[in-house]
Ligand binder design. Structure first.
Ligand code: COA
Ligand code: NAD
Length: 280
């Protein structure tokens, strides 16, 4: 099975890596050569680290990284059997891309979106092959996280659902199936918690370190919510928060001011070197 991945950022590079580590040939597409260059370095580092722990030879790492072809022409994905889109979380841009994929891909290609919470049904309509469009929501960092939320859109066929669930099993990951709804299930529960942590920080109730330590030690989370926001990417998180707020119209989901300020300043978290914390 040939795999195409669109977007080589935080998620796209991890998705390409997970497939390559399970033996798939992958074409990784981005409009920015700089993103592809950064992805290549991160993948090499991550695969080496995982292989080192497993006691594998350097040769094994080379074999994995060579399965990924880095491309800047979308047409090179046309013969893929499964394409996973992981570009910026903006509906207008994703719809243009799904329309384009629907036009250029072979008839049998399944188109999946890694969106954090936008309507997969709307993307299906844009592609003009809605039975073959599905959500495949991976979690960050993809090579380490076991879950993939499979999102069944209005017109996703049972055959498409079964195919992607089989693929997820082949990656050594586990699928849960959810209906298409703003932020699906896991983020619908997680994002309000991150929002509240940012609001508490914005109100000056505690230091960022104490908020994070409090949640780690008091609720057994591996990292605190502000550190997790930095890991996700604050620009992406802002888009996700906006979806929850606009789709529900519920003021309890308002976007925290401190998040907007960080994004306006270009402090996107780990990927830009600075967010709530510094990574330089
Ligand atoms: C990301 C997470 C796995 C990192 O674990 P951690 O113990 O907090 O932090 P560390 O940086 O020490 O990472 C643990 C190990 O994983 C490794 N690691 C982290 N990210 C990695 C990656 N992308 N590839 C390979 N190895 C990675 C680290 O190098 C480290 O290895 P070491 O123990 O040999 O030093 C953990 O913080 C976590 O699960 N966070 C929550 C993620 C989440 O909720 N995601 C959902 C949002 S979409
Ligand atoms: N960051 C997370 O923790 C996380 C978790 C799950 C899902 N997601 C979702 O994954 C998707 C990607 O998020 P990310 O955090 O990886 O973003 P990111 O900003 O790290 O990367 C986005 C990449 O997409 C590229 N891109 C933008 N427009 C493009 C286009 N038209 N064609 C091809 N490439 C394009 C950019 O150059 C960039 O490399 C979003 O839909 C996001 O909601 C993110």
């Amino acid at each position: 099975m040939k795999i195409g991945v669109l977007g080589a950022g935080t998620m796209g590079h991890g998705i390409a890596q997970a497939f390559a580590m399970s033996g798939y040939e992958v074409k990784l597409f981005d409009i920015e050569q700089t993103s592809l260059d950064k992805a290549k370095k991160s993948i090499h580092k991550s695969v080496s680290k995982i292989h080192e722990k497993q006691g594998k030879e350097i040769q094994a790492t080379e074999e994995v990284v060579q399965r990924i072809d880095y491309v800047t022409e979308i047409e090179k994905l046309a013969e893929s059997d499964l394409i996973i889109e992981a570009i910026v979380e903006q509906m207008a841009i994703k719809k243009t891309v799904f329309k384009q994929l629907g036009d250029i891909c072979k008839e049998s290609t399944i188109l999946a979106s890694n969106t954090s919470g936008l309507s997969v049904t709307e993307l299906g309509a844009a592609s003009e092959r809605p039975e073959q469009v599905v959500g495949m929501h991976f979690f960050n960092p993809v090579p380490l996280m076991k879950l993939v939320e499979v999102v069944k859109a209005e017109e996703t066929s049972e055959e498409t659902l079964q195919s992607v669930k089989d693929v997820i099993t082949s990656l050594g990951k586990e699928a849960i199936t959810v209906l298409d709804s703003p932020l699906f299930v896991v983020n619908r529960i997680l994002v309000p918690m991150l929002n509240e942590a940012m609001i508490v920080y914005g109100e000056g109730l505690a230091s960022k370190e104490d908020i994070d330590r409090g949640m780690m030690l008091g609720t057994n989370q591996p990292i605190g919510p502000l550190a997790l926001a930095d890991l996700i990417g604050l620009d992406t998180l802002q888009f996700v928060c906006e979806t929850l707020f606009t789709e529900t119209g519920d003021s309890k989901y308002r976007v925290p001011l401190i998040l907007k300020k960080k994004v306006r300043a270009g402090h996107y978290g780990r990927k830009s070197g600075r967010g709530f914390y510094s990574y330089e």
